[in-house]
Ligand binder design. Structure first.
Ligand SMILES: [Zn+2]
Length: 135
């Protein structure tokens, strides 16, 4: 099923084509990176001069409006919106640490987690974190 990802602040579509594009910040510099839109696929494309080390924490920003995407559920996570073809909407939370594979798709009804490190943030309060009221 096709997933559309969007910025929770400005609603810009973050996967206009086959990849999800985000701004990543580390060490005072910002870079554009490409991620897989498939849950559980942690392949990431970064500029050739950017070398990420396992465990390194980065910040993610919306490439359209510049909003910091840090999650309200847990500051170690980033959060964006998603929408499925059948109308399902929700939020995706994912780890800000490189190499830490933990992703959570959250709707009003369910949470689906992906990645071998998903247990780390399994008790984050995704439902009570404010986030955005999707209706
Ligand atoms: Zn935005």
């Amino acid at each position: 099923m096709k997933r559309t990802y969007f910025c929770p602040a400005c609603r810009a579509t973050l996967n206009p084509n086959v990849k999800l594009i985000l701004t990543m910040a580390r060490g005072g510099r910002r870079h554009l990176i490409l991620l897989s839109p498939q849950p559980g696929n942690y392949a990431v494309i970064v500029p050739a001069d950017v070398v990420l080390r396992d465990g390194e924490e980065v910040d993610f920003f919306c490439p359209a409006c510049g909003k910091n995407l840090r999650s309200g559920a847990n500051a170690r996570l980033a959060e964006i919106g998603f929408r499925l073809e059948d109308g399902t909407k929700g939020r995706v939370n994912f780890s800000r640490r490189y190499g830490e594979h933990a992703t959570y798709f959250v709707t009003k009804e369910w949470i689906r987690s992906y990645g071998e490190n998903a247990a780390i943030y399994g008790d984050a309060n995704f439902f009570g974190a404010g986030g955005e009221a999707e209706s």
